[in-house]
Design a protein around this ligand. Structure first.
Ligand code: ADP
Length: 230
């Protein structure tokens, strides 16, 4: 386990959907600047754990703590405000808004936080430069490739300077060459901001970019090392 105090942690999470247990006593902790891969087979509870850590899903029991906040004790309004200011998200399919240009997509989280258009788009353009998609600013998501769209989505996830980045299979829809370049750029950019990265993946080559691996199996989580020691 990390020696620094955790920035984000979960203790003994349980979550049942109908009669399906998704989480069955999962624990988690991450420190600033750390990249942790959450691994495990399909249906093991990885996404549910990520959604509980991000305050999107409320666990049936257990606690999620972020900095000085108990996410499990906050209401929806408080949690979504925290998500807008402190958390960034990257999903398998970029989930860009098709009607907006790429630079407008990247600027959107800043605009939602009340930043003026010019300043938001200037910051957005800087992040697009870093993700090597500077020239795509005025294109719409439908006009760019899958790998380019994911870079735009990563720029969007970083634009507010989040302290925690959540990535759910961020390269799941890309071929291996594009996937590797996207992971390189993503981890480089995240490290430059000292954000903590929770990276859900079932691919070992994606997990290879992390500092530490946590394995989820049947809704229970274990440090990769602990699993081998058990
Ligand atoms: P993973 O991300 O490892 O594939 P999930 O966290 O998505 O696993 O799912 C864990 C279990 O919970 C699975 O059996 C899945 O079918 C179930 N589950 C997840 N989300 C829901 C939901 N919204 N409604 C019903 N069942 C769900």
């Amino acid at each position: 386990m990390p020696s620094q105090p955790a920035l984000l942690s979960a203790t003994d999470l349980h979550k049942v959907y109908g009669s399906t247990p998704a989480l069955d006593g999962a624990d988690f902790a991450i420190t600033p600047g750390e990249i942790v891969a959450v691994m495990g087979p399909s249906g093991s509870g990885k996404s549910t754990l990520l959604h509980c850590l991000a305050g999107i899903v409320s666990p049936d029991s257990g606690t999620v703590r972020y900095a000085d906040h108990d996410l499990t004790a906050m209401n929806d309004v408080g949690r979504s405000a925290l998500r807008r200011t402190d958390f960034g998200f990257v999903f398998q399919f970029g989930q860009l808004v098709p009607e907006l240009t790429c630079v407008q997509n990247v600027a959107l989280p800043l605009r939602l936080n009340g930043v003026k258009r010019k300043e938001a788009e200037r910051t957005a353009q800087e992040w697009m430069d870093r993700l090597e998609v500077a020239e795509l600013g005025h294109k719409r998501p439908g006009e760019v490739s899958g790998g380019q769209g994911q870079r735009v989505a990563i720029a969007r996830s970083l634009v507010t300077g989040p302290r925690v980045l959540f990535a759910d299979e961020p390269t799941g829809a890309l071929d291996s060459l594009n996937g590797e370049r996207v992971m390189e750029l993503f981890t480089e950019a995240a490290r430059s901001t000292d954000a903590a990265v929770v990276l859900v993946t079932h691919e070992a080559r994606v997990a290879a970019y992390s500092d530490r691996e946590v394995v989820v199996r049947d809704g229970k989580s274990r440090d990769r090392f602990a699993q081998y020691a058990a």
